[in-house]
Design a binder for this molecule. Structure first.
Ligand code: ADP
Ligand code: ZN
Ligand code: ZN
Length: 725
């Protein structure tokens, strides 16, 4: 019998299995972790080799050969990363190929995509050194280049200062044997000492760095301004000194130039940055540098979690409570949870940092699973801000701002200080209404109002992106009576400009800062410290450090108090605390004004009088009573279809075949926003006090779901540890 080695390949198709192929006739066995081009139906797809086998469930005659291996060098993924991806597809019940391919930079998902060559550096040969000792003569630029190399090897781009002809000069010197090239080494970090650590910081650093050789999960629970970033940098310094790599994960909008600058200054190292907003080329280059072990500090958002790190020494996840760490479509993983898993497999420590830790992490810290490091003092002399709650029932408002808030703003400006006005709603008004007949602009594809973007003359849906021109007259009764109801950041900007003529008002929201350079320019303006007002959405809540902001006005968070989402109060508490943390970060004391129609709401009262930790403990107790996460384990079966009845029918059939066990299924339940993008969205909620039972039952259920008659007519997915309902 002929022995045919089988190659098991992950292919980016929404199917739950790996696919078996035969090796090309001439080739040797393509190594595990490498890319291959394979025939699939009428197409040719790029897949990754996951395993070799001697047997297939299919007869050998039925198997196709791979078209060709795509990677000449070492496999792209090492076995540890493959193990992690395998764990991910099993845990998140997602198609293996989609999981594995999503871990590659987009360029490498293409058959033409190649790993870039390692960067080169240039150095003097012996004869080059001799020539340097002789007079330059007429070859001035050659001599200048030799001089530039006198104190050690340099990368090509460092030689460009010689003049525009530097490439030619370099080529001559190489031809003549005066200069040779070699693969560049990792840049040596150059540390600049940081400030003397506070006792709390020192304690955290000592405990975490006490054992950097093993897996431990650390929760760095430090109020804003307590110096968490300083703790990270001290730890990174130690890891770098040992020649090992650190991966720092930040939320989508946490990747600020400020943070990168601090890393650069303190560690003397250019961080390799990886996020989805980069050009494909840059992202590939950073990924390749990390994979080669040359990039010692990798900073990125969620998607950078799967970057290969041959010399991994530490993972840090900043703002660990942030919802953007959970991917909300396709492969719905939590970067926080997978980061902990990855650190465990790599046997390295992981640090989760936040001023407002998630209930998940707090409960893990409370149970002793995570080491808990509290920083409760601000690192600088700044004191904690003082809260003032303004009852909107008792106040006159002017385009959303109460008279007391306006007075406080005027006073701060008189003192030559800066003010931040926070409202998590962009646009001019959240809805456009007819005061004659009550018509209001709503999206025909979503259960949502259209936001009025007045200056653009448009009504926009913030959920599906649909836009239309603002009607001049009411589309229903033709009356000239259309008016905005409620406020968005654009309206606040306008109101403040009218109220304080001549005062700079800087708006920070997606509409404004999506234009290139605007964000940096505005941040620079704020940093000058002149009196001004910053108006913005949660974009302002994170990562920034504005020394002269002493007053924060929170316009409205009342929606969260009565939301149907059980996480709404947790998120509100985090947001309030984060926004408040922007006030009075330096010597000057800060004030936070919270406007609300419900000053007596028990959640608000608890948060403001007792602080986030007590508040979170209370929320955790509520979750315990309801058996909700993180006390209970949850998963959703989500379904969406054009017609509600289709989604409903699928979920009802699914419910009937849900396997018996500890986990219980409930529903169908409409999503909090049922219609979105023209589809009706519903779910079954699965809840269990045992994670193992929940997963076992779902694993038994999945093949039954695929066979349901209605499964083809609906778009459905399993969402493990969901963050949104
Ligand atoms: P966090 O990340 O917790 O918000 P940062 O690390 O950004 O806090 O620190 C807040 C401010 O305090 C920064 O300006 C930082 O330079 C400063 N800082 C941090 N640690 C110290 C320290 N030990 N001594 C003096 N200043 C410090
Ligand atoms: Zn009308
Ligand atoms: Zn819409």
């Amino acid at each position: 019998m002929i022995h045919h080695p089988i190659i098991k390949v992950a292919i980016p198709v929404p199917l739950p299995q790996l696919f078996d192929y035969l090796q090309t006739e001439d080739g040797s066995l393509t190594p595990v972790g490498s890319r291959v081009l394979v025939p699939f139906g009428h197409r040719k797809l790029v897949g990754i080799v996951i395993a070799h086998a001697t047997e297939s469930a299919l007869p050998t005659e039925k198997l196709h050969r791979i078209v060709q291996p795509l990677d000449q060098s070492e496999p792209l993924f090492d076995s540890k990363l493959l193990e992690l991806l395998k764990w991910c597809w099993k845990y998140y019940k997602h198609a293996p190929g989609e999981v594995v391919l999503s871990a590659l930079p987009p360029v490498l998902r293409n058959a033409q995509g190649k790993l870039p060559a390692a960067p080169l550096q240039y150095l003097l040969t012996d004869s080059g050194r001799q020539r340097l000792g002789q007079p330059a003569g007429r070859a001035k630029s050659q001599h200048a280049m030799l001089e530039a190399l006198a104190d050690g090897p340099k990368a090509g781009d460092k030689l460009s200062s010689i003049g525009s002809q530097w490439r030619k000069t370099l080529a001559r010197l190489k031809e003549g044997g005066w200069v040779e090239e070699e693969t560049a080494e990792a840049a040596e970090p150059f540390f600049t000492p940081g400030p003397q650590l506070t006792p709390e910081q020192q304690k955290a650093v000592d405990k975490i760095s006490h054992d950097l050789q093993h897996f431990h999960c650390h929760l760095l629970d430090g109020i804003t301004g307590s110096g968490k970033t300083e703790v990270y940098m001290t730890l990174i310094e130690r890891v770098l000194s040992a020649g090992r790599q650190t991966l720092v994960l930040v939320p989508e909008i946490g990747l600020t130039p400020q943070l990168l600058r601090r890393f650069r200054q303190r560690l003397g190292l250019e961080p390799a940055v990886i996020h989805s907003g980069l050009s494909h080329g840059k992202r590939l280059a950073a990924w390749a540098e990390a994979r080669a072990g040359r990039a010692l500090l990798v900073v990125g958002t969620r998607s950078s979690l799967f970057t290969p790190l041959p010399k991994a020494g530490l993972i840090i996840l900043d703002e660990e409570h942030d919802a953007s760490f959970k991917q909300q479509d396709g492969f719905r993983y939590s970067a926080r949870d997978v980061a902990v898993k990855r650190a465990a497999e790599l046997r390295i420590p992981v640090v989760l940092g936040s001023a407002t830790p998630s209930l998940e992490s707090l409960s893990n810290a409370a149970s002793g699973k995570y080491a808990w490091h509290r920083l409760r003092q601000r690192a600088t002399r700044a004191s904690l801000p003082h809260w003032r709650v303004l009852d909107l029932c008792q106040q006159k408002t002017y385009q959303g701002l109460s008279s007391s808030a306006l007075e406080a703003i005027a006073e701060a400006i008189d003192r030559q200080e800066q003010v931040m006005v926070f409202l998590n709603r962009r646009g001019y008004a959240p809805v456009l209404m007819c005061h004659q007949c009550g018509w209001h602009g709503s999206c025909d594809r979503c259960d949502a109002h259209l936001t009025w973007h007045r200056s653009a003359g448009r009504l926009c849906c913030h959920h599906c992106g649909r836009q239309r021109k603002t009607p001049a007259l009411c589309p229903e009764c033709q009356a000239d009576a259309l008016m905005g109801a409620g406020e968005g950041t654009q309206q606040l900007e306008e109101a403040l400009e009218q109220r304080f003529p001549g005062l700079p008002v800087l708006r920070f929201d997606r509409d404004r800062t999506s234009r290139k350079g605007v964000m940096d320019r505005q941040l620079e303006e704020v940093m000058k410290g002149e009196p001004c007002v910053l108006v913005g959405t949660q974009m302002l809540a994170k990562g920034h450090h504005f020394p002269n902001v002493t007053l924060v006005v929170i316009v409205n968070v009342d929606q969260a108090l009565y939301s149907a989402d059980y996480r709404a109060l947790e998120r509100m508490g985090q947001l309030l605390q984060q926004v408040a943390g922007r006030a009075g970060r330096m010597e000057k004391a800060g004030t936070v004004i919270l406007q609300t129609f419900h000053p007596e709401h028990p959640a608000l009262e608890l948060l403001l009088t007792q602080g986030y930790e007590v508040y979170a403990r209370w929320l955790l107790e509520e979750r315990r009573l309801a058996g909700l996460p993180p006390v209970g384990y949850q998963a959703l079966l989500r379904a969406e279809a054009h017609e509600r009845s289709q989604a409903q029918q699928f979920l009802q059939e699914a419910l009937k075949v849900f396997p018996q066990g500890e986990a219980k299924a409930n529903g169908p339940i409409p999503a909090i926003m049922e219609r979105m993008g023209g589809r009706s969205r519903m779910y079954l909620m699965l809840l269990s006090s045992s994670r193992a039972s929940l997963h076992r039952q779902i694993d038994q259920w999945q093949p039954l779901l695929r066979d349901l008659p209605s499964a083809r007519k609906t778009r459905w997915a399993i969402d493990i540890d969901p963050q949104e309902l």
